[in-house]
Write a new protein. Structure first.
Lengths: 758, 341
């Protein structure tokens, strides 16, 4: 007689949420309009400032005739360099946390115009419409200086390049040379020597930069609702310039409608809104127009020269990567551009350089995967070119030159499952069905091309603090001054807290974007999940220790004498690891203790020992299919597989969204994005959403995201690498490589528009 | 944006009178272009004569077999109108290739004819532009002219007319009905828009105060052999770099009658009657199409960033004629993507 034994069902606890694809906790607020952005705080008695932008690229303001404007009823003030009060003197007061070397731009500082669309005045009026009208009739005269140059190619031809100086936090200078790249290049049978360029790109987040500054009528106290990626960064910038205490410069940034790096540094509308509020002792809002969004930082126009050589088997013999990028006249914006080539491939003979040239534009800025998006486009196209020359499949070529150690620092990677990304991505894509010859694949009258590329990004972490607070009613609030720029920070903070203290997510609230909360750095660099997540975990653990102590004080406590390491928080209970019957409900602990709330604050920071021992990076492999109408030069990206290895995935749903967004942006960079600069006028001309093209739904087709999880104890307590940037990397190169495979035409100048493919 | 007064007219003659009675007046239709230009201070009317209440929204059959599009019919209602879809599929397709659903829901047919150029310089007050400010110069001539014209340009202006719909109306040989202080008149579509010459501030041949009341379509709608090919930098919400609207009457493989027009290349929808004649009475063939394309662009002049439009325009003509003669899918190069793979 046989007996069937039923398999017990797998029980997933409500609190077991890390790694689950939970929906955004702020999703409902966002789609219903309840989520408020900086320009949506309608504080009482609000005045509006409208920014006047310079029509010229270089010169001096000779006259500002504000009298007629001030005579318009309802106009409160016109601010310009002529009436700005004496502010902080030294450059260092204007340096924010992300500022590069040089002298930061000071709005309304003097009569000098340093770039086109520079803010030159602020008109404050009782309504937005009135301020806008008044700004349009404000007469400003300029002495134009025709001796300007906005053309990077021209600056390069004139020998204006200089080695990029240090000064910007996080900037890695080019790796030191190894071996003899010249000699190895000349000796190798297969060589690629080519220049790759992309032009200026602007971030174009949906939400325009805005600050609503509420005058609290208590000394100089201001409540600053700011669009930013770092409330703390805005606070320190504003407080240093205007001589305010941290209490006086209270910055709130609850939601950010996209930023992509444009909100890392405080933008000039924050300065202008605070200036007006302090001077007028009144609440003031200043929003940029869509056009003015093109006056801010941007991805730097960059020219890259690559020299690669391989032997007959496809092993790299020489690798040279030289970048030449624009910066402004007043700051040296630097990105890590060329280093990625050195990190990705094993090669005995390497040489790198990174030069800047000053042109008369505003300082460039970090823009999603700064430097890496630039560098990976060039190296990954050059690798593709070399693979063809060596007669090796482009994927196989990358496997041949795979490195388990970071050659630029001669350290092992803390983890690197790029080979699995290659394998899983290639299988999902069907790479083995590819015929290697260019122009060999067709569908109807379309040429079909399959291309691939690799990406790499830092797995970084920053010192961050967080607080956890549990009420007697059993509701946990976790908080940190970090931001959520749409990436899902609210959600993962909630997940980490729920998991750590064994509570259902519904009983946890995450609070962020407020400088009165425990300090956190700007949200950027893909470091927030690792940093804020770890800080929240640490704060919850501290709270857990307090709970255990309180539990042990209870009469007949079953947890007496047990160490914190030996207890677990599961399903609203504290219980012993070894004997789950030794259990106390958290609600009972609080009820018995008589405390209204139990709180703990803690933080997390990078482990310096591990950082010395390991190179920490995320990787991805991107496979792309394009269809090209050769006669008409049109390209459509019909299929993408993006396989990403970025440590532990806290939330596959929000992580996938990050990779989807990155992939779309990569397609955009490949096919569409360019801010057209008129070098005669020194001005960006397609400064609106109609003419600066990003993809529409009809441009985006099948995108398949594969998350290759990595177990990595060296990174941070959560084992997270961050996923904000990596998804974009490799995509532009994979598209360009696919276009080559389809057409036999190698276009090295982005974007790949119709005119370049005719 | 400046202050302005606004009158809501109830009838065309009332609108015309209201306009004439206000210096600095502008007619307001759907507002999808004018309001934007007002916000940018490119247009500074001090008075708006709003047309929203005029009874000019109907689409109705004409006795001679044509179709009348009321000037206030929206682009969306026109594109999806059963008679337009059935008899003038070229027009329907062309309207749907332009703008976005939201814009098409607001934009009127009359307003579509009157939209201003999207040359970057026209809408940026910091730059010279003869169309916006006569005599200030043309920055596009030596500037960012990728979107500018290659046919019929002048030293004063190289802007293009941005409409898709008008490209089809040109090919269909529509007639524009207008009403002004001096009464009503009709303007052949080819005479409605003009070339820039030395007066690029004038986009069309309307006299001061004249109001577009209707667009009449002739009976021939080329419903059997037509195509609209639009080449642009993204699949939607982008103006044409080059577009071609074709309507053919075929008998077997022989082209009996041919009409085609180009968008994105000139200050007006570009027709070339001599090139059309080359097609008529001839069997359709790639060689013939190439010959026709070469003829159209024989007088073309490219500028720094838009010379590609000459070669692209030729190829687009060849492709569009091929599609129209064969009525083969795809109707445009993007169409294959609309079915989800």
């Amino acid at each position: 007689m046989s007996q069937t034994i039923a398999t017990p069902p797998t029980i997933r606890l409500d609190s077991d949420v890390i790694g689950r694809p939970v929906s955004r906790t702020d999703g409902a607020a966002k789609v219903s309009g309840a989520a408020k952005y900086a320009a949506e705080y309608n504080v009482p008695n609000l005045w509006h400032g409208y920014i006047v932008s310079s029509p010229i690229a270089k010169g001096k303001i000779t006259k500002i005739d504000a009298a007629a404007v001030l005579a318009i009823p309802g106009v409160q003030q016109v601010f310009s360099h002529e009436n700005v009060p004496s502010l902080a003197w030294f450059d260092r007061s204007y340096k924010d946390d992300i500022a590069p070397g040089g002298s930061p731009f000071r709005p309304l500082h003097n009569a000098d115009v340093l770039f086109s669309m520079q803010p030159v005045a602020l008109v404050v009026a009782e309504t937005f419409e009135l301020a806008r009208y008044a700004a349009s009739v404000l007469r400003i005269e300029y002495a134009v200086d025709e001796d300007f140059n906005t053309d990077l190619e021209k600056a390069r031809a004139a020998g204006k390049g200089f080695d990029a100086p240090k000064g910007k936090p996080g900037f890695l200078p080019p790796p030191k040379p190894k071996g003899d790249a010249d000699k190895a290049f000349k000796a190798a049978p297969h060589q690629v020597e080519a220049a790759y360029t992309h032009h200026t790109q602007h971030h174009n987040p949906m939400e325009m930069f805005a600050s609503t500054v509420e005058w609290l009528g208590d000394g100089k106290k201001l409540k600053i609702y700011d669009k930013t990626q770092g409330a703390g960064n805005t606070q320190q910038y504003i407080s240093k310039i205007f001589g305010l205490s941290k209490e006086e410069a209270w910055v709130i940034s609850k939601y950010t409608g996209g930023a992509f790096g444009s909100g890392l540094r405080p933008q000039y509308q924050s300065f202008l809104a605070v200036l007006a509020a302090l001077e007028l002792a009144h609440s003031v809002r200043v929003s940029m127009t869509r056009q003015q969004m093109f006056s801010m930082g941007h991805r730097a126009h960059t020219i890259q020269d690559l020299k690669l050589a391989a032997d007959d088997q496809g092993y790299l013999q020489a690798l040279e990567h030289h970048a030449f990028a624009e910066t402004s006249q007043f700051e040296n914006e630097t990105e890590t551009v060329v280093n990625w080539s050195g990190i990705l491939y094993k090669c005995a003979n390497t040489k790198f350089s990174y030069e800047l040239a000053k042109v008369d534009v505003n300082t460039p800025a970090d823009m999603r995967a700064p430097g890496a998006a630039t560098g990976s486009f060039a190296i990954e196209c050059a690798i593709d070119e070399l693979a063809y020359k060596a007669g090796v499949d482009p994927l196989e070529f990358r496997r041949l030159n795979y490195t388990y150690r970071d050659p630029t620092e001669d350290k092992p990677f803390s983890s690197k499952r790029l080979l699995d990304c290659y394998q899983e991505g290639a299988t999902r894509f069907g790479w083995d069905q590819r015929t290697p010859e260019p122009r060999s694949m067709r569908e109807g009258n379309m040429l079909v091309g399959w291309g691939m590329a690799t990406g790499c990004w830092d797995a970084a972490m920053q010192k961050t603090a967080a607080k956890a607070s549990l009420t007697a009613a059993g509701h946990l609030t976790v908080s940190s001054a970090t931001n959520d720029i749409g990436t899902g920070t609210y959600t993962i903070m909630t997940q980490v807290a729920a998991q750590t203290l064994g509570l259902p997510m519904a009983d946890v609230t995450a609070v962020l974007g407020d400088t009165t909360l425990p300090p956190a750095p700007v949200q950027g660099g893909s470091w927030t999940a690792a940093s804020t997540g770890s800080a929240v975990q640490a704060a919850c653990q501290e709270l857990g220790k307090k709970l255990l102590k309180l539990a042990q004080k209870m009469a007949d406590s079953p947890l007496k004498g047990i160490a914190f390491e030996d207890v677990q928080f599961v399903d609203g209970h504290l219980r012993a690891n070894e004997d789950i019957d030794r259990s106390v409900a958290i609600a009972d602990v609080l009820a018995t203790s008589g405390e209204a709330t139990v709180e703990a604050e803690s933080g997390a920071e990078p482990n310096p020992v591990n950082m010395l021992k390991y190179s920490m990076h995320s990787h991805n492999a991107v496979f792309v299919e394009v269809k090209v109408d050769e006669d008409l030069g049109t390209v459509h990206v019909t299929r993408v597989v993006n396989a990403v290895a970025a440590g532990r995935v806290l939330n596959p749903k929000t992580a996938r969204s990050q990779v989807l967004g990155g992939t779309v942006w990569g397609i955009s960079m490949a096919l569409m994005e360019e801010t057209f600069l008129d070098n005669n006028l020194g001005r960006y001309m397609n400064h609106n959403y109609a003419e600066y093209h990003v993809p529409v739904n009809a441009d985006i087709h099948k995108i398949d995201v594969i998350l290759v999880e990595e177990e990595d104890d060296h990174l941070n307590p959560l084992g997270v690498k961050g996923i904000g940037e990596i998804g974009m990397l490799g995509v532009a190169a994979a598209v360009a490589n696919a276009v080559y495979h389809a057409t036999g035409k190698r276009v090295r100048d982005l974007p790949l528009t119709i005119d370049k493919l005719l | 944006m400046n202050s302005f007064t606004l009158t809501q007219a109830a009838a065309a003659d009332e609108a015309v009178r209201d306009f004439a009675g206000h210096a600095g007046a502008a007619y307001l239709g759907g507002g999808t272009n004018l309001i934007d230009l007002m916000k940018e201070n490119v247009a500074r009317p001090t008075h708006l004569t709003s047309l929203g209440h005029l009874p000019l929204g109907d689409i109705s059959s004409l006795p001679e077999g044509g179709l009348r599009l009321g000037a206030l019919a929206t682009n969306a209602d026109t594109a999806w109108h059963p008679e337009v879809e059935k008899r003038y599929p070229l027009l329907s397709q062309t309207i749907l290739a332009g703008a976005t659903p939201q814009l098409r829901n607001m934009a009127t047919d009359g307003g579509n004819l009157l939209q201003r150029t999207r040359c970057y310089y026209f809408s940026d007050l910091a730059t010279p532009c003869n169309k916006r400010e006569p005599g200030s110069g043309c920055a596009a001539l030596h500037g960012q002219n990728r979107v500018c014209g290659v046919l019929g340009t002048s030293e004063s202006c190289i802007a293009t007319h941005p409409s898709d719909m008008c490209v089809a109306l040109a090919a269909l040989e529509a007639v524009v009905r207008v009403q002004g202080p001096d009464g009503e008149r009709s303007i052949k579509f080819e005479d409605f828009h003009r070339l820039p010459g030395n007066t690029p501030q004038f986009d069309n041949t309307l006299k001061a105060g004249e109001l577009v009341t209707a667009i009449d379509l002739p009976a021939q709608g080329y419903a059997s052999n037509f195509t609209y090919l639009k080449l642009r930098d993204r699949s939607s919400y982008a103006f044409a770099l080059v577009s071609v609207a074709v309507g053919l009457e075929m008998e077997g493989n022989t082209i009996k009658k041919a009409r085609f027009a180009l968008g994105g290349v000139a200050h007006k929808p570009w027709r070339d009657p001599a090139a059309e004649q080359l097609l008529e009475g001839q069997p359709a063939s790639p060689d013939l199409f190439r010959q026709v394309a070469a003829k159209v662009f024989a007088s073309a002049k490219g500028y720094e960033f838009n010379s590609f439009k000459i070669e692209l325009g030729k190829r687009a003509i060849v492709r569009a004629l091929k599609q129209a003669t064969e009525m083969s899918q795809p109707l445009d190069s993007n169409a294959f993507l609309n079915s989800n793979p």
